[in-house]
Design a protein. Structure first.
Ligand code: PLP
Length: 432
């Protein structure tokens, strides 16, 4: 018996099924993780009942004495987790997610129609870094600002820093965004800072994917060079779904503190989700422990072991390996699309996602898949376990190849039948 089971067995049943899927499957989505029971307890708490528009000690509602205490604690822990001096850095812990954190940061730093540069989506950047297509301005970051994407060097698949500097000289952005959703290597923040300084642009790092690894000091430190750093809290940081915006407090006459706080509320958001802020505080407490450093190191060791296993089977990876938690697997040399492999893996209980790889002709038909080791490592997997997972993936890809070769055969039809049952009878493997 639970209150939910009694009141709403339909929703309870869906949660139970998803719980079973998460328990029995292998989670390799690079942007996901398994947050702690403690953080989930905070997230499911009575704090969800409270309105607290404004900031600690300056609210638009009464009854916020404990919420103030909570938000101040969460901010303190955020600065501690990233080893930041409170005299030099501040943080807003209210963003509902990474996307809203990013839009609030843009709102704080630049004016509507000002220019910004971010890594292009097909090269691993995120939608909120100015993405648009030839047909459409897709996201608020390209609708309300003028954006120009920088790219990878097609020879190395690493960020083309000289190309970015040359483009910035012409485009004259007011803001350069670094950080990505699908880039397996670390960032050269020092070089980016030089370019930003030269062009008089702000430098913002979106470390949504890697923030847990940054907090654990296993990757380069963006805080040494950037003016603003945003992150989600639910990827490598292993918290609940939310966002954070860190801002420098020591830039003369900039008042980033007021600009960021005003941009979050009232410009972009309403009342903070206090239950989530509590869960973020708990996750940040965990991230500041020495054991989290071991976790982060293991995430990277596991990603390397996965990469080595796949390379050992003869596959091509973007940049041939990884520095962080993710691996980008280029399926084009073996003639498969990411969608097909994603579907076969779904049927095997291995959750991955299709992803563009550098040089893809169309972002709509991505030629690769993205894998991440954060969630597997949260389940205490080590390199030897991850090697077995790599072997499973090899078998999945071989199966996908066989099915593709047998297109039209009975075997494929049977497979499609199984796939369509799982997909409400609407879509089958052949149409992917
Ligand atoms: N920034 C980056 C680099 C991301 O990868 C993501 C999500 O995957 C986001 C921002 C957006 O986060 P959210 O989905 O919480 O809005």
């Amino acid at each position: 018996y639970t209150p939910l089971a009694e009141l709403d067995p339909e929703v309870k049943n869906i949660i139970d099924k998803e719980t079973w899927r998460q328990f029995t499957g292998l989670e390799l989505i690079a942007s996901e993780n398994l947050t702690s029971l403690a953080a989930m307890e905070a997230n499911g708490s009575i704090l969800t009942n409270k309105y607290s528009e404004g900031l600690p000690n300056a609210r638009y509602y009464g009854g916020n004495e404990y919420i103030d205490e909570l938000e101040i604690l969460c901010r303190k822990r955020a600065l501690e987790a990233f080893n930041l001096d409170p005299a030099k850095w501040g943080v807003n812990v209210q963003p509902y997610s990474g996307s809203t954190a990013n839009f609030a940061a843009l709102t704080a730093l630049i004016q509507p129609q000002d220019r910004l540069m971010g890594l292009g989506l097909p090269d691993g950047g995120h939608l909120t870094h100015g993405y648009y297509t030839a047909k459409k301005k897709m996201t608020a970051s390209s609708i309300y600002f003028q954006s120009f994407p920088y790219a990878l060097n097609p020879g190395t698949d690493l960020i083309d820093y000289p190309g970015l500097a040359a483009q910035a000289k012409i485009f004259k952005p007011k803001l350069i965004i670094c950080g990505a959703s699908a880039y397996p290597r670390d960032w050269d923040y020092a070089t980016l800072k030089k370019t930003a300084e030269k062009e008089g642009a702000w430098l913002m790092a979106d470390i949504a994917h890697t923030s847990g690894l940054v907090a654990a000091q296993t990757l380069n430190n963006p805080f040494e060079y950037c003016d603003v750093v945003t992150t989600t809290t639910h990827k490598t940081l292993r918290g609940p779904r939310a966002g954070l915006i860190f801002f420098r407090k020591d830039i003369k006459d900039a008042d980033l503190e007021k600009r960021v706080n005003d941009a979050v509320f009232p410009a972009c958001q309403g009342g903070p989700h206090n239950n989530t802020i509590a869960a973020v505080a708990t996750a940040l407490l965990q991230a500041a422990q020495p054991s989290f450093r071991d976790y982060a190191k293991q995430v990277i060791a596991n990603a390397r072991a996965l990469a080595d296993t796949l390379v050992g089977h003869g596959y091509k990876l973007q940049t041939n390996g990884t520095d962080n938690h993710l691996v980008l697997w280029d399926l084009r040399p073996i003639g498969l699309t990411g969608s097909k492999v994603e579907k076969v893996c779904d049927l095997m209980g291995i959750t991955i996602n299709k992803n563009a790889v550098s040089g893809d002709a169309s972002a709509q038909v991505p030629g690769g898949i993205r894998l991440g080791t954060s969630a597997l490592t949260s389940r205490n997997m080590l390199e030897s376990d991850v090697k077995v997972v790599g072997d499973f993936l090899h078998r999945a890809v071989q199966l996908a190849l066989l099915l593709q070769k047998e297109a039209g055969s009975k075997m494929l039809k049977d497979f499609v039948r199984v796939a369509t049952v799982q997909e409400d009878g609407k879509q089958g493997f052949a149409k992917v």
